[in-house]
Design a protein around this ligand. Structure first.
Ligand code: PEP
Ligand code: MN
Length: 346
């Protein structure tokens, strides 16, 4: 081999060993910090600190390409480190299972988290009703790229705090594995939305990411997916090690003449077939199915009456000005009425 290359490679090997030793040392230090945070029930993730570290490092570099390389490397380091430290979530799993078993699960909240005032107000009202699970879109999967895409990173902390200040668990969707790895801790239950149900590599990765903690995943039925395909999709997650999966139906597209009346006509009968094919709990989303505020409560009640394990429902107290799905939002009074209906049932 070329002598010059050999010398350079020797130098690289030396540096790699130093990098390895330093990465392992760094990992140990970070784990010690995480342990202290966990003992104090604090969030492991600290977005501001990550940003500070990256900015400090790249400020020492002139070249833009190198800046980007360092940014990418550090984002990977941050993600991997967090994955190692995620703790189990016994409380959320226990509460979820109790409510699913009694077929009274209600997950309620806005389609999208919009601002602190909105989410704090709703979280308080929802908690006062007696509900334990707060939904709120942060990363929104919208059909049109010009529609509101969610507050994204800016919404994470406000959603989490609104929930915790009101003793609620958080339920929300990640659209890709990078978001999920980076912000895993913010959501107690992760939703995989209709548009991602057939993204099998994503399902696999989510299964792997949640295998250790068993963090529950709500898997929504895809727009054009059959019942068998929904069950198969859940197998992608389960086969990677997480069986805490809840299936969610949200109506279907059909030739049915009622198609104009509903947004996605409620296929409540699909429950019978699904129960034959899977032991997983199954909930219904009356909001995206009904698509109109006035008919959401009846669809919600019908879903419970027919035997679903629960519902996930969109709520907004200023629906006219909602940033997404206002036309199908119920208000908090309607939610209280549905809660009473479900909980007074024998
Ligand atoms: C949602 O529940 O916020 C949502 C976007 O639903 P779906 O994936 O069913 O369209
Ligand atoms: Mn919605």
């Amino acid at each position: 081999m070329n002598k010059e290359i050999e010398i350079l490679r020797e130098e690289i090997d030396k540096i790699d060993n130093q990098i390895l030793a330093n990465i392992l040392k760094r990992l140990d230090l970070v784990k010690s910090i995480h342990k202290i945070k966990q003992d104090n029930s604090e969030l492991i993730i600290d977005i501001d600190r990550e940003l500070k570290i990256i900015n400090q490092l790249i400020s020492q570099i002139d070249n833009n390409t190198s800046k980007n390389i360092i940014k990418r490397i550090y984002n990977i380091i941050f993600q991997e480190v967090k994955e190692i430290s995620y703790s189990k979530h016994p409380e959320v799993i226990a509460e979820l299972n109790i409510q699913l078993d009694s077929k009274k699960l209600i997950i309620a909240g806005p389609c999208s988290v919009e601002n602190e005032l909105q989410i704090n107000d709703l979280a308080e009202k929802i908690s006062n009703i007696g509900i334990k699970f707060l939904r709120g879109g942060i990363y929104k999967a919208r059909t049109n790229p010009n529609s509101f895409q969610g507050l994204r990173k800016a919404g994470l902390q406000m959603f989490f705090e609104a929930a915790r200040n009101n003793n609620l668990f958080t339920v929300s969707e990640f659209l890709d594995i990078e978001q999920a790895k980076s912000y895993f801790e913010y959501f107690d239950i992760i939703m995989i939305g209709s548009r991602n149900m057939t993204n099998f590599e994503f399902l696999r990765k989510m299964g792997r990411l949640t295998a250790e903690t068993g963090k529950p995943i709500i898997l929504k039925r895809g727009y054009a997916s059959t019942i068998d395909e929904l069950v198969s999709a859940s197998e992608y997650i389960r086969s990677e090690g997480n069986s805490n999966i809840v299936l969610c139906l949200r109506g279907i597209r059909t030739f049915e003449e009622t198609a104009g009346y509903y947004r996605f006509p409620p296929d409540l009968h699909s429950l019978i077939e699904l129960r034959d094919k899977t032991n997983l709990p199954i909930i219904f989303d009356p909001s995206h199915s009904a698509g109109k505020t006035e008919i959401v409560p009846n669809v919600a009640k019908a879903a419970i009456d027919i035997g679903f394990n629960g519902i996930i429902i969109e709520v907004h107290d200023d629906a006219k000005n909602a940033m997404s799905d206002g036309m199908q939002a119920i208000n908090s009074h309607m939610l209280a009425e549905i809660y009473n209906y479900i909980n007074l049932k024998k």
